[in-house]
Design a protein around this ligand. Structure first.
Ligand code: GLY
Ligand code: MN
Ligand code: MN
Length: 396
């Protein structure tokens, strides 16, 4: 960063849910990444020489009603900042830190409320902070990897608890509650609204109503992940509600599992980031053709309409480019990607009814290591025999 450049990044403000109730606050991911601070209404300003933080001042009455604040006095030591100011003095003090000639790096695409205020007072030349910070966030250091491993362990465990609790007659929300309880018990929470999708709902990619009864003979697809110190896991498992895969369910499951395992196997530094998707598509399309489900060579997207993975980190769909100069980039040590192929077969008169309403996705979180990869979520069972064994240990 040149000497006349500054970075301004904000944590966002609380968002109203209704009346005087706010949504639970979660800071902007890049602000969290750069500061480790989790309060709303904070703005950090970095130059080559100085790190300043604007934050909410101590306030006895507000702290009694709404919780403690770090405050201006304690902030430099706790946040390792050079200076701290009250956010109420932002307009007054920002001009001490930057002048008209500074080039400002700023996330000008964010709808963050604080950012809208900042942009309205800046007269400076502004450059987007996103490309710079995205490349930094894309490569995880050892502390970040530790947090992601914790998030993966908690979510993997929650998926296996769900497998032991499911039976016909329960509702999707009962299973969602088991998963949420496990997250909260481990001092974690959902990284995104959980998908607990049974029967035909398993074919709806972003199903979140989670309110249908679980029927004997149907599959249950659960896509649920949690956050640990801001870092997400993103895991999907699919299993039979009665504990035993039907022949048709098992056939489709084995195709997705084989596509997923082969896609994971190729991941290593130097491999192109779209290779897992190409491998998964090849396997799914040739196997569905063999079963007579896919009748035209080009209609894979009827059954598999999403990508095989995405970056994972502070955001579940994390920042970072997939292409550089129009070409898929290479995997590098420290990247984390999901690998999540699926097959979704809607009711269709041209397909044998035993395959209808089979929606299967298997999703793991994969760290690129120096020599290959490490599956952060590998403790969540996914072999047919392991799932059926675990489900036979039904603990109600
Ligand atoms: N849970 C969202 C996704 O799998 O991309
Ligand atoms: Mn995902
Ligand atoms: Mn997912």
């Amino acid at each position: 960063m040149s000497d006349n450049a500054v970075v301004i990044v904000s944590s966002n403000s609380e968002q109203k849910r209704n009346s005087d109730v706010n949504y639970p606050f979660r800071p902007d991911s890049s602000f969290w990444y750069l500061t480790g601070f989790t309060e709303p209404d904070a703005i950090a300003v970095f130059s080559n020489k100085n790190y300043s933080i604007f934050l909410r001042p101590k306030d006895k009455t507000k702290e009694i009603w709404n919780g403690k604040r770090l405050g201006v006095k304690a902030a430099p030591k706790v946040l390792l900042a050079d200076n701290a100011y009250s956010i109420d003095d932002f307009l007054k003090s920002i001009h001490k830190l930057i002048n008209k000639n500074h080039l400002v790096y700023f996330d000008n695409s964010s709808t963050n409320k604080l950012n809208e205020n900042i942009i309205s007072i800046l007269e400076n030349e502004i450059k987007s902070l996103n490309p710079v910070i995205s490349e930094m966030r894309l490569i995880k250091d050892s502390t970040e990897i530790q947090n992601m491993q914790t998030a993966a362990n908690i979510a993997a465990n929650a998926h296996m608890i769900a497998m032991t609790k499911v039976s016909p007659g329960l509702y999707e929300y009962h299973v969602a509650a088991e998963i949420g309880a496990e997250f909260r018990t481990r001092n974690s929470d959902h990284a995104y609204p959980p998908i607990v999708a049974s029967g035909e709902n398993s074919c709806i990619l972003h199903y979140t109503e989670n309110n249908k009864i679980l029927n004997d003979g149907e599959l249950l697809l659960i896509d649920a992940g949690c956050e640990s110190l801001g870092y997400a896991s993103d895991i999907t498992r699919t299993f039979p509600i009665n504990g035993r895969f039907s022949k048709a369910q098992k056939q489709i499951y084995q195709i997705v599992l084989s596509a997923q395992k082969s896609a994971i196997t190729c991941i290593k530094p130097g491999e192109k980031v779209n290779t897992p998707h190409e491998i998964a598509c090849d396997i799914i399309s040739s196997e569905l053709t063999k079963l007579g489900i896919m009748k035209e060579p080009n209609n894979l997207t009827e059954f598999y309409m999403h990508k095989t993975g995405h970056w994972l980190g502070l955001d579940v769909h994390d920042v970072g480019e997939y292409k550089i100069d129009n070409d898929f980039r290479d995997f590098k040590e420290g990247m984390v990607t999901t690998v999540e192929p699926g097959i979704y077969i809607h009711k269709n008169d041209k397909i044998d009814p035993e395959y209808w309403n089979i929606g299967i996705r298997i999703e793991d979180d994969v760290l690129v290591t120096k020599d290959g990869h490490h599956v952060l979520s590998k403790s969540a069972v996914k072999e047919v025999k392991d799932i059926e064994y675990l489900m036979s240990q039904n603990i109600t």
